[in-house]
Design a binder for this molecule. Structure first.
Ligand SMILES: [Zn+2]
Length: 301
């Protein structure tokens, strides 16, 4: 049984970059006769835009996506994350950290994603410090996996990333913990998502192993960038998808994903386009690269 998912963050309406991820994960699920679940990753409430989740659902519906089961909202699942963290606390796999951002920056060396935590609180909070965040102990060993698009990816978490945060100083559960708990709880077998999360995957695999969750297969599609090479996002002023022209946008998403849709399908009905997609979709045609520029396209209104 194949079960995939699409998990957008409601920081703004859907843009072309998120559409590409939705298309790829959806078609993979469909050609495997699997299910496709929808999860709104709204854990970071300060970054959540009011109305964005509803707008994302409306757009997906307008484009002909059909999801299985109820939509899940991370903001309503705090109890699950709390239970997962307390399990890790009981096993001694996590520890309280009292360091401020500045203290870490002063003594850290740099890894793949910025400062590597120097381990100050690993053996207990120094006197006078109180717990701010919770970190998981990393290990000095290679964690590798075969990505269906990007090939073999490996990291040594202790040397490349360092002990990472599962519960933040502001009280929020970290993305890495929430996503692992949700994927396991929802029975996800396969994840197709943007390659901006490729470097997070070894951390997620490590957490899965600590919590005894089953392994997941991964495929990371190239991230869509603008002509300046920046990832499409609200910050880089990515254009909102226009619900009036779903077939054009879907055609462009297929083209971006290396599927070579016939030109005449750009003006076909959305039903005809879906039919073509479901019979011609091939994951192996996706370019084996981490990011690619979106073509300047007048019809991308
Ligand atoms: Zn610390």
């Amino acid at each position: 049984m194949y079960r995939g998912r699409f998990a957008p963050s409601p920081t703004g309406p859907l843009h072309f970059g998120s559409l590409v991820a939705a298309v790829a994960s959806y078609l993979e699920a469909k050609i495997h006769h699997g299910e496709w679940l929808l999860r709104i990753e709204d854990l970071d409430q300060p970054r959540t835009m009011p109305g964005a989740a509803e707008s994302i659902l409306r757009t997906l519906e307008a484009w002909g996506f059909e999801w299985d089961g109820p939509v899940v909202y991370q903001s309503r699942r705090q109890d699950l994350y709390a239970a997962a963290l307390s399990g890790l606390q009981e096993s001694g796999l996590v520890y309280a950290c009292g360091c401020t951002r500045k203290e870490i920056a002063d003594s850290a060396i740099h890894g793949i994603e910025g400062a590597i935590y120097p381990g100050t609180c690993r053996n207990g909070l120094p006197s006078g410090k109180s717990a701010r965040a919770w970190r998981v102990r990393t290990e000095n060993r290679i964690i590798g996996f075969d990505d269906a698009i990007q090939g073999y990816i490996a990291q040594n978490l202790e040397l490349d990333i360092g002990d990472f945060v599962l519960k933040r100083a502001d009280g929020l559960y970290a993305y890495q913990l929430a996503v692992v708990v949700d994927d396991a709880e929802q029975g996800i077998t396969d994840i197709v998502r943007g390659a901006d999360l490729l470097d997070s995957t070894p951390r997620q695999i490590y957490l899965q192993s600590l919590m005894g969750f089953p392994a997941i297969r991964y495929a990371h599609i190239p991230i869509v960038t603008n002509q300046q090479g920046e990832k499409l996002s609200k910050q880089t002023l990515a254009k909102t998808l226009d619900d009036r022209y779903p077939q054009t946008q879907l055609w462009l998403a297929l083209d971006y994903l290396g599927q070579s849709p016939p030109a005449e399908l750009m003006n076909a009905s959305i039903g005809t386009l879906w039919q073509w997609m479901l019979t011609h979709w091939k994951l192996e045609n996706i370019p084996h690269i981490r990011h690619a520029k979106i073509q300047p396209e007048p019809s991308l209104s």
